[in-house]
Each structure stands twice: as C-alpha cells, then as structure tokens.
Design a protein around this ligand. Structure first.
Ligand SMILES: NC(=O)c1ccc[n+]([C@@H]2O[C@H](COP(=O)([O-])OP(=O)(O)OC[C@H]3O[C@@H](n4cnc5c(N)ncnc54)[C@H](OP(=O)(O)O)[C@@H]3O)[C@@H](O)[C@H]2O)c1
Length: 275
C-alpha cells in the first residue's frame, strides 16, 4: 500500500503544491483545509482525500486525523504547513493580532502534532515536517510577530526531534525563502493603528521594496520538492532550507559577523545606513 501524507493548509500555496507533488509521486494524500468544499481540483484526484481542518479548532483536527486513518489505514508523514504572517510595526499590534499569530503558527501546529503522535508511536515510524521559514532562523523588519512564531517553531522542532527519536519518529523543518503565494497579499494580516503613524515612511519604503523583490520569488512547487525530499530522507537531518534565497541567506548568516549581518538587515528596514 502506498504511504500517506497528512497536510494542513492544503487549499493553496505551498500546502496545495505539496499535496499535488506527493500525489504525483504515488502517495495517498489527506489534504486538510478550512473549506474543503472549495477544493474541487484536488478532490477530483484519486487517493486524495480533502478534509476539513482548522488548526484553531481542536475538534476538527481530531476528526480529520480519524477520517484519514479510517480511509488510508495509516499516516506516515505529517506536514504542518498552515500559517500566515502578521506584518507591520510591533508597537501598533493589537493583543488579538499577537495571540492569533501564535495560535495559528505555533499552538495549532503543536496540537496537530500532539494528536498524531500516538499513531506514529504505535507504528514505531513517522515523520513530522514543520514548515517554518527562513524567518525562523533570521529576522526581518516588520515581521516581529511572524519571526517570533517561526523561531518558536524552530526551537520546538529541535527539542522534539531529540525526544521522538526514541520511537523512530523523524522531525524535519523546511525553511522556505521568498515564495510566490498569497502569503504576501490576501493572507497577510497588516498591522497598523491610526495613532501609530511614526513608522509609516520607513514601513512604506520596505513594503515597496518587498513587492519589487517578489519578481525574484521561487514557486511553491520548488518548496514541495524539498518537503518530499525531507519526507523520504530516512536520515536524522533536521533542517532543509527551501528555495527563494533561503540557502544564500543562511550562508550569509553563518559567515558574517553578527553586527554586520544585523546592519545589513536593518538597512532593508529603512533604506538608511543609520537611524
Ligand atoms: N510564501 C512564502 O514566502 C513563505 C516563506 C516562508 C514560509 N512560508 C510558510 O509556508 C506556509 C504556507 O504559506 P503559503 O506561502 O503557502 O501561504 P498561503 O498561500 O497564504 O497559504 C496559507 C495556507 O494556510 C492556511 N491557513 C491559514 N490559517 C489557517 C487555519 N487557522 N487553519 C488551517 N489552515 C489555515 C490557509 O488556508 P485558507 O485557504 O483557508 O486561508 C492556506 O491554505 C506558512 O506556514 C508560511 O509561514 C511561506
């Protein structure tokens, strides 16, 4: 029987590309999403089951896992992909925006993982692939909440990577760079507050620059291939930088002294050499 992958946030972007790629490779795919009724193209594929799952709704997670196991008998790989970015000056963020960023990107991912672990332990096999970001290793101006959430995903993944080897369960972190999806448009939660305008000029400079740089963004399919490599790689390798300049940025982070690297990233925030 072919192996099964269980993916969160498979309605579009990297999650959808991953579902399609695993399907092409002959896997059974539990493609989970908040609105499966809108996934007609995926739903039409053999061995692809579109299931409702909102990472903010624990009941929906449990039901989707049960349904996937009932249909495919087992789950071999979990891809924790669902996520989004809140972007803007930290000072202007509401308590709700801060909480939601962590509720989706961190607590949702932890909950899905926790509910699947008994299944992986019973099988004495399984892989948890967490879609982090290059922003989980380095930081970008205006992404403080997102960076904090993805740095948490990195720390969490590294720690459970040690724990779960006891049971033959592999933990992997895929770190995409700049990828062309709805992430920078419809999915983004823009942080602003009418009484907090002091950051406007620098922030608008950055968003203009960011939209220009999207011309060089990689495609979600490129990330899907790295996710697949992480899934079939039986090694203990933890981190997989994935397309969109991720490997280059990680290399610069390793080679450059901290002060120089931070100055370079700070320059991108404002376009000014010094504040
Ligand atoms: N694009 C990039 O440059 C980039 C770079 C690094 C890392 N990443 C990471 O890659 C992952 C996928 O992002 P993407 O670029 O593919 O963005 P995307 O096209 O906006 O897709 C995001 C996916 O997450 C889902 N989602 C959001 N909130 C959810 C919730 N509460 N429960 C279940 N699903 C939820 C969305 O579902 P709906 O369709 O229902 O909204 C959608 O399927 C994210 O974790 C992101 O942080 C992206």
């Amino acid at each position: 029987m072919p192996p099964t992958v269980f993916i969160t946030g498979a309605s579009r972007g990297i999650g959808k590309a991953t579902a399609v790629y695993f399907h092409q490779k002959g896997w059974q795919v539990a493609a989970t999403m908040r609105s499966p009724e809108q996934a007609s193209d995926l739903a039409g594929l053999d061995n692809v089951l579109c299931l409702r799952l909102d990472v903010l709704n624990p009941d929906s997670i449990g039901l989707a896992i049960q349904e996937a196991i009932k249909t495919f008998s087992r789950i071999d790989v979990l891809v924790n992909n669902a996520g989004y970015a809140a972007m803007g000056p930290f000072e202007a963020a509401s308590a709700e925006q801060i909480q939601r960023q962590f509720a989706v990107n961190v607590f949702g991912l932890m909950r899905v993982t926790q509910l699947l672990l008994p299944h992986f332990r019973a099988q004495k096999d399984g892989a948890v692939i967490n879609i982090s970001s290059i922003g989980g290793r380095i930081t970008f101006p205006w992404y403080s909440l997102y960076n904090a959430s993805k740095w948490t995903v990195e720390g969490f993944s590294e720690a459970v990577h040690h724990e779960l080897r006891l049971f033959g369960i592999r933990v992997k972190v895929v770190e995409p760079g700049l990828i062309k999806t709805d992430f920078y448009n419809d999915s983004m939660d823009r942080i602003s507050h009418p009484h907090c305008t002091a950051y406007d000029e620098a922030f608008h400079h950055y968003t203009r620059m960011m939209h220009q740089s999207l011309k060089f963004a990689a495609t979600p399919d490129q990330v899907a291939k790295v996710v697949y490599r992480a899934a079939v790689d039986r090694s203990r390798k933890l981190r997989y930088p994935a397309a969109g300049g991720a490997s280059l940025l990680m290399l610069l982070r390793k080679l450059l002294p901290d002060a120089l690297f931070l100055r370079m990233m700070g320059f991108t925030a404002t376009g000014k050499k010094r504040n």
